[in-house]
Design a protein. Structure first.
Length: 435
């Protein structure tokens, strides 16, 4: 499917859907807990559906709808009666890998092509050192993966420099191990997402101690409490609306975000303000975003790697040079987002240099082009907003990938008057269309 966009002037308000990161943690915690839990306002997307499907295979009773109702496993997952296919969801893969190690029988994990190229070696080594049996069927540390328990606890050193999700998996599952686990973390990145996991542990009565983000001590034999919690809006999803307003010089209102939440991607607000965007709080918990004259700068994205694609677009529309740095882990997401964003923005006339840990971009005019989204939802959405500053139509392929995290992205963009749509919308088949 193609996503097409062209020069837009945005106006109106948008309510941001729920956080993917919180929703998947909630599904895992509710499934591991004693008793029944309710997840209110969850994100319903391909990624969160992957988490639901995985934990159903572990034996959790999960009913879907406006809210998710979960009958927990009391920390005792059953042997899956099928292969666990996590689709495109890396978060679901890594957290569920830890859960598989709580069962003495084998669980097999796979996913789509991108997932089958996602590294999991450090987590496999950690689970093995803690008493489980875990290996990659191809011997390359990537899915397909086979895991059996039982987690006993112990002392390990974990490479935390590539992703925070390995640590999140251990933090969520090791409280249910037979004994105490002590984790020494080398080079922790994405600290706000570690804080998000710790917040869930705190809220659900899980005990642990830690020394900064380098050492964690987790007693075994614990129990998750059931809960009734509402999921806040997703700053990763909001970033595309924030950046679209910035590059089009538009004024919009955004609702549904909790400015006190632990999500790392809320740091994009400070970056955009420093570049010249005016962002102010308004009544009913919203923010008003007013785009204007943009200037470049150097920004550390280590805590918010998912903002790289959208901020790379903003940098193209900013005066001077922008450096997006300390985000080497962006190479290990659904695609190598550093390389992919350089390749695609260059097709639009952007002046982009690839750095080992990020991008350097000199602001210059962009022109409509035919682009590849590389099957990466965040790349597709970022390139579609890049087209909102161009006179002609920009086309981005593999747009079906937005269903991974943001199925109603196009609808919400059209709701604030963006000139954007799926390819069929160009043809006035039903007396409508977008131009």
């Amino acid at each position: 499917m193609l996503l097409i966009s062209r020069r837009s002037k945005l106006t109106g308000l948008v309510r941001i859907p729920a956080s993917k990161s919180h929703t998947i943690r909630a599904i895992a915690a509710g499934s591991l807990a004693n008793g029944s839990s309710i997840i209110r306002n969850p994100l319903i997307s391909a990624d969160t559906t992957s988490a639901v499907d995985a934990y159903r295979l572990f034996g959790a009773g999960i009913s879907t709808g406006t809210d998710l109702h979960i009958d927990g496993l009391s920390g005792l997952p059953v042997t899956p009666n099928d292969v666990i296919n996590v689709g495109n969801s890396g978060t679901s893969l890594y957290i569920a890998m830890g859960t598989a190690a709580l069962n003495n029988s084998w669980s097999i994990f796979t996913g789509d092509e991108q997932i089958r190229n996602r590294p999991a070696g450090p987590l496999l080594e950690a689970l093995t050192s803690l008493g489980a049996k875990a290996f990659s069927t191809r011997g390359d540390g990537r899915p397909p993966i086979a895991i059996a328990g039982l987690l006993q606890g112990g002392k390990i050193t974990l490479d935390g420099s590539k992703t925070s999700q390995y640590l999140t998996s251990l933090l969520m599952n090791c409280p249910l191990a037979g004994g105490e686990t002590e984790i020494t973390v080398d080079g922790a990145v994405e600290v706000p997402y570690i804080n998000m996991t710790l917040q869930w542990l705190d809220d659900l009565g899980i005990r642990y101690e830690h020394e900064g983000y380098t050492r964690f001590m987790i007693p075994g034999g614990q129990t998750y409490k059931s809960f009734d919690k509402r999921i806040p809006g997703d700053f990763s999803s909001a970033s595309f609306f924030l950046c679209a307003a910035a590059i089009t010089g538009s004024e919009i209102e955004i609702y549904g975000l909790d400015m006190n939440d632990t999500q790392g991607d809320k740091g994009i607000i400070d970056i955009l303000v420093s570049m010249g965007v005016k962002i102010t709080p308004i009544m009913n918990g919203g923010i008003k975003v007013s785009g204007g004259y943009l200037t470049g700068g150097e920004f550390d994205l280590s805590d918010m790697p998912d903002t790289l694609p959208a901020l790379a677009v903003v940098a193209c529309y900013a005066e001077g040079t922008t450096r997006l740095v300390n985000v080497a882990q962006a190479r290990l997401k659904e695609t190598n987002r550093i390389r992919v964003m350089r390749e695609e923005l260059t097709k639009m006339g952007a002046l982009v240099t690839e750095l080992p840990d990020g991008l350097e971009i000199v602001g210059s005019p962009l022109y409509a082009a035919t682009l590849s989204g590389h099957g990466d939802h965040r790349v597709v959405m970022a390139l579609s907003i890049a087209g909102m500053g161009c006179d002609d139509w920009t086309q981005v392929d593999t747009a079906e990938s937005i269903n991974v995290t943001f199925p109603n992205f196009v609808d919400l963009m059209q709701g604030i008057n963006a000139e954007i749509g799926k390819e069929i919308d160009r043809f006035d088949l039903f007396g409508g269309g977008i131009g």
